[in-house]
Design a protein around this ligand. Structure first.
Ligand code: ADP
Ligand code: UDP
Length: 237
């Protein structure tokens, strides 16, 4: 069994560890929750295990449907072996329905279905507060190549199509979500990081109830139950 060696990185919600294989790392999911760029801190009990299992479940599904991912093997409730990548410093955000910063920025009521699904990028940089960035800026700053950007867009919209269809059958509307991509040593672009209620907005398709991190961000209560509900629908437990 693969074992954790030194910690390479401690993020806001996960820790990344080296392994005996330089091409592989172990990701360890915690219950730590942050919002407002780390200003708001708290715990969502059981979240680490749920995010780990959900993310792996989705990545296995996406991989089968032709989107390459970093996923290798689930080690335990909270730990997964993934391919080590060099992260492209972009948060790739897809939206189907107006919510959050999009609603605020453009003065659109939350819940309005968008005439088409959109993509936007934030520059992944905590010190700068992950500012919105456009394609030209990303290329001018050499965050990725034009070819990589095209691949990322293609995969991001493909993930949206597959996840929307899959989740709707479980009574979940995929409002918006954030993806991160990375490069393998040979330059291949793969989907990395996580797919979970931390990084997606999920609404119950009947009641429109929020089943994601907005319950924590907005102090609505019931975050633990919401994460568990998503897990139950996904895995039947
Ligand atoms: P943050 O850095 O935003 O606080 P996390 O707590 O989720 O985020 O930490 C996980 C870190 O690991 C993130 O910086 C993410 O980009 C990075 N990461 C995700 N997948 C991989 C991977 N396959 N290889 C290397 N780093 C990864
Ligand atoms: N998101 C994320 N990490 C971030 C910013 C956003 O996972 O650092 C996700 C968030 O969960 C939502 C989508 O990206 O599903 C769009 O978020 P938005 O821009 O509306 O930001 P917010 O309202 O969270 O500030």
């Amino acid at each position: 069994m693969m074992e954790k060696k030194e910690m390479l990185y401690e993020g806001k919600a996960k820790r990344v560890y080296a392994t005996e294989d330089p091409a592989l790392v172990i990701v360890d999911y915690t219950d730590n929750a942050t919002a407002l760029n780390g200003l708001k801190k708290g715990l969502i009990a059981g979240k680490g295990a749920i995010n780990n299992r959900m993310s792996n479940h989705m990545m296995r599904l996406l991989e089968k449907k032709g989107v390459p991912t970093h996923y290798v093997e689930e080690l335990s409730e909270r730990e997964t072996v993934v391919k080590k990548v060099s992260i492209v410093p972009l948060e790739v955000i897809i939206r189907n329905i107006a919510a959050g910063s999009f609603s605020k920025r453009y003065g659109v009521e939350e819940g309005r279905k968008l005439a088409l699904s959109t993509i936007e990028f934030s520059y992944k940089n905590d010190d700068l507060g992950d500012p919105l960035i456009n394609d030209y800026h990303a290329l001018a700053l050499e965050l990725c190549t034009a070819e990589e950007l095209e691949t990322i867009k293609k995969y991001a919209f493909a993930v949206n199509e597959m996840m929307q269809e899959y989740l709707l059958k479980l009574g979940i509307i995929l409002v918006d979500f954030k993806l991160e991509f990375g490069r393998l040593p040979d330059g291949t672009i793969v989907l990395a990081d996580e797919i979970s209620p931390d990084t997606c907005r999920f609404w119950d398709s009947k009641t429109m109830e929020k089943l994601d991190k907005d319950r924590f961000r907005r102090d609505m209560g019931g975050a633990e139950d919401a994460y568990q509900e998503v897990m139950k629908r996904l895995m039947g437990d």
